[in-house]
Design a protein around this ligand. Sequence first.
Ligand code: PXP
Length: 235
Amino acid sequence: MKLGVNIDHIATLRNARGQNNPNLLRALKVCHHAKVDTLTVHLREDRRHIKDQDLLELKKNSKIPINLEMALTDEMIQIADKINPEFICLVPEKRNEITTEGGLNLNKISYPRLKKLLKISQKKNIQVSAFINPTKKMITLAKILGFDTVEIHTGPLDKKIIKKNIINKINEMIEYAYSKKLIVNVGHGLNFNNIKYIKKRRYVDTVHIGHFIISEAIFISLVKTIKTFRGLIKK
Ligand code: PXP
């Protein structure tokens, strides 16, 4: 399984101060160093974390393939056409949600817009994925609609008590999507504890993780940062 890291949360922290720290290009360097396989950025309609300029700069400077998460809107299609990310992941988007809440309902998307996006992506060799709930219906529809990739929503694994049927369903659907000759990614809510429940990983191309990696990084390096500062203020 390859690892895709979502750096939206670094932009959220940066935006809290309105300046340029933590800097996304510095984060990009770390990701290069750590040999991250894909870099995910979600350009939301309200630009609450990643801004248009971030996307431009990341694309310009990244040796890591960019996975652009986006809603299926005319504006985003235009931006994707201009930026040429290596991957696009279509996600549902609601203004007031804290994070992406559920999979995309492929019955309810605009098919003319999807057609437009797929035409661009075929011409430019961009892999297009749909972030969907783990159901046969959505996987089958993704295949019919011409997606080459699906990202199976693993959010239900991010619970205190994880039901066995949820684990089984996610793994069955990973295998089912693979059997339909789709590239299978997984993502959302994954962490050190629940990643073990992705049992069918031989069928998974990439796992996408954001919140946990960025928040865990605080604790991995907080002591070092405090010690460095203590050294600077010692008489
Ligand atoms: N995959 C998709 C499609 C997402 O929208 C997100 C959240 O931005 C993730 C993966 C990563 O989820 P998390 O931040 O919970 O690791």
